[in-house]
Write a protein that binds this ligand. Structure first.
Ligand code: TXA
Ligand code: MG
Length: 319
């Protein structure tokens, strides 16, 4: 595997060529780093599942460089989904829509829907553009971590997570630290009203006021098949994560900067607001593991706005 630290135009052209040839390319997005493969190449997509150790019925998100390619992958697109795409793409939003025949079972986990995203990170955008220039239709990219583990937000974390499972012909593109730090908001657009399947930076408050609708609440009991990846336990470091508990000396500690560090605890992050909280969270959990810390105590942010998505990841990490 090669790590490309200087993502020049020609390096990204090479990476796109490599994707077309069926290799894997891990790349930065504004949310987290993704592990990319040509979404039409069954063999390449199968390797993603192998490298991640992910069950094959967990569907993948197809990434494209612009909204123009949406109807290659999705059909019966409701008006509100078009509005969302126009407003919030490129950006940290994934839309789930009825699939076309281009979206094969090996991408969708045999579901009738496909998840699509247009990322905004300049390296991702350029890589996708080059890939499309070469005739590619879309790049599947799950977060570039082993199944159930913490998503990587920089190239070093990608290397630590999956480096040893990649082949010599695979690449990791370095584009600095992901600005948002947690995964995209996933919105089910197959019903009359959108449903948030996974909260993210784009909050339900923003979507509700933009579309002037009341969003339906996601019911995880009746939607098991639709989003098998939305498991109760996920994003987990080796350390045990405890939310709003009483820290003991030697425990790791994550909280907003205005919360003082309890005596003897090891401060892992002091974000000054929720944006920094999300940016730093996954690295802080990795830091705990690299320090051999066994328990991480976390003071959760207020369950409002972006805090909802942060708490969603924390609850799963603590499960
Ligand atoms: O921010 C992100 O979305 C990152 C970056 C790399 O783009 N990607 C990402 O992919 O988080 P992944 O595979 O780690 O998580 C995708 C989630 C899974 O929980 C999966 O079950 C759900 O999306 N998903 C994918 N296709 C779906 C579909 N057709 N219906 C419902 N859920 C779907
Ligand atoms: Mg993931």
């Amino acid at each position: 595997m090669t790590i490309i630290s200087n993502c020049t135009a020609s390096a990204l052209k090479d990476a796109a060529t490599s994707l077309i040839a069926g290799n894997l390319v891990a790349f930065p997005t504004e949310t987290v780093y993704g592990l990319g493969a040509d979404a039409t190449n069954k063999h390449a997509v199968a390797r993603i599942y192998e490298v991640k150790g992910r069950p094959s019925d967990h569907p993948l998100i197809v990434h494209v460089s612009s909204m123009e390619l949406l109807d290659k992958w999705a059909c019966k697109i409701p008006e509100y989904a078009i509005k969302l795409a126009r407003e919030f793409w490129p950006g940290p939003m994934t839309l789930v829509l009825p699939r076309t025949s281009i979206a094969k079972d090996f991408v969708t986990g045999a579901q009738d829907t496909i998840a699509v995203r247009v990322p905004s990170h300049p390296v991702a955008v350029q890589l996708l553009k080059e890939f499309e220039t070469l005739g590619g239709l879309g790049v599947v990219a799950p977060s570039a971590n082993r199944f159930g583990k913490v998503s990587p937000t920089n190239s070093k974390a990608v290397e630590e997570e999956i480096g040893k499972f990649l082949l010599e012909s695979d690449q990791i593109l370095d584009g600095g630290s992901s600005q948002i730090g947690i995964e995209s908001t996933i919105i089910d657009c197959t019903k009359d009203v959108p449903v948030i399947l996974r909260p993210g930076y784009l909050t339900s408050e923003i979507i509700e006021s933009f579309l002037s609708v009341n969003l339906k609440k996601f019911d995880s009991t009746s939607n098991k098949i639709m989003a098998p990846g939305l498991l109760e336990a996920h994003y987990s470091p080796n350390a045990k994560v405890i939310l709003n508990g009483v820290p003991q000396p030697g425990d790791g500690f994550i909280a907003l900067a205005d919360v003082p560090t309890p005596i003897g605890a090891v401060r892992l992050a002091s974000p000054k607001d929720n944006n920094e909280y999300a940016q730093e969270l996954y690295n802080a959990l990795r830091l705990a593991d690299s320090k051999g810390i066994e328990t991480v105590q976390v003071i959760t942010p207020v369950e409002k706005g972006f805090g909802v998505a942060i708490n969603n990841r924390l609850t799963k990490a603590a499960h």
